[in-house]
Design a protein around this ligand. Structure first.
Ligand SMILES: Nc1ncnc2c1ncn2[C@@H]1O[C@H](COP(=O)(O)OP(=O)(O)OP(=O)(O)O)[C@@H](O)[C@H]1O
Ligand SMILES: [Mg+2]
Length: 357
């Protein structure tokens, strides 16, 4: 069975890329927001590669303090530190001929990044407390939800290591950009959890209203969040509480976009609109009043279009998000000539991202 569920265009492209990359053995960096399925992609890469019968070893770089992570990755010799009664091989040795999945690589300490870089350059390393060089043949797949290029600017991530691990970059798209996969994913999770939670498939009826709500929601926690909601519905035996929760969260989400956390995106949006206006000025300098009117119209247009995308084109809901009346949104849609094609609701490019919860 395919590990990656979904038939949307972004998922088709993702699957193609995985197929192309799987046999190259080139180091891959999988990135994307929390819960999008980075680990699923890493496992899928391994499964489709010539190394599939060899180990896939996962290491969560965020879960351990630096020294422990070092001995976890590279192993240690007897007596290397207090408590090291026996020698122990590290994950790199266990992954020999297979793949190692370095999850949350962005959380690795700078000191350990240096050691990892050396391993990538030489394909060999020493166990902690050891002197013997150990040679390994390991395919390295890394994942992160950080923007490593920003981390490099801040001095938190080594640029040379970045270029080594980022030979192929696979970006897993957020769920809000492939909402048409939601029904397939729901089926998949229902199948996965009905038996585990002691429910019979015949006990479950998912109302259309639930799917309508799922389509409108912005999914800050991506596929993992959807999985959690399916489990919740199975446990409760009722979809209504989830529908209500998601509706409440949709409103909060838009409120949060107005909050401090997101001044950056707001600022960005405003700056780009202002830039557009000053570029349009030419030699005819208009009055401040005229500029104000023009700026307001530009900003309103962009924000209304975004609200419509977020609500799958439902004008009433969009009006609610914007806290204006239904009549007002209808006038504005007409005046600003807003015309969003239906496929844009599914394939939207979010300009104002909703913060994670
Ligand atoms: N396309 C998909 N098909 C089937 N299951 C998926 C898919 N994407 C994600 N999942 C499931 O959603 C959950 C989250 O996926 P995964 O752990 O791979 O995400 P992640 O990007 O690694 O998240 P995090 O950044 O939080 O570690 C898992 O239970 C996974 O099985
Ligand atoms: Mg993960």
């Amino acid at each position: 069975m395919d590990l990656i569920i979904g038939k949307s265009q972004p998922i088709k492209q993702l699957k193609n890329l995985i197929r192309q990359v799987a046999d190259t053995g080139l180091n891959v960096l999988v990135c994307g927001e929390s819960g999008v399925g980075k680990e699923v992609v890493a496992r899928s890469l391994h499964r489709q590669s010539a190394r599939s019968s060899k180990p896939f070893i996962k290491v969560n770089c965020a879960a351990l303090p630096s020294e422990l992570l070092e001995s976890e990755l590279f192993g240690y010799e007897k007596g290397a530190f207090t408590g090291a009664a026996e020698a122990k091989p590290g994950k790199f040795e266990l992954a020999n001929k297979g793949a190692i999945f370095l999850d949350e690589i962005g959380d690795m300490s700078i000191a350990l990044q240096a050691k990892l870089l050396q391993v990538l350059q030489d394909s060999e390393f020493c166990r902690v407390g050891g002197i013997k060089d150990i040679k390994v043949d390991v395919w390295i797949i890394c994942a992160t939800h950080h923007d490593l290029e920003v981390d490099i600017q801040k001095g938190k991530f080594r640029e040379d290591l970045f270029y080594r691990i980022n030979i192929i970059k696979i970006k897993v798209p957020p769920l809000r950009e492939r909402k048409e996969d939601i029904p397939l994913l729901v089926d998949h999770f229902l199948e996965k959890y009905t038996a585990a939670l002691n429910r019979r498939p015949s006990d479950i009826h998912l109302p259309q209203e639930l799917f309508d709500t799922f389509f409108k929601y912005h999914w800050p926690g991506n596929v993992r969040e959807l999985e959690n909601y399916v489990q919740k519905i199975l446990v409760l035996g009722d979809a209504q509480p989830v529908i209500e929760e998601l509706e409440a969260r949709s409103i909060q989400g838009v409120d949060a976009v107005r909050g401090e956390d997101h001044w950056n995106q707001e600022e960005f949006l405003l700056n780009s609109v202002i830039g557009g206006i000053t570029n349009d000025l030419g030699n005819n300098f208009p009055s401040l009043k005229e500029i104000k009117k023009k700026a307001q119209a530009k900003v309103e247009k962009v924000v209304i279009e975004e609200a419509l995308r977020r609500t799958a084109g439902n004008k009433r809901d969009a009006a609610k998000l914007l806290q204006i009346s239904y009549k007002a949104i209808l006038y504005k849609i007409r005046d600003y000539k807003i015309n969003i094609e239906p496929e844009e609701f599914l394939n939207n490019s979010i300009r104002l991202t909703i913060p994670r919860h």
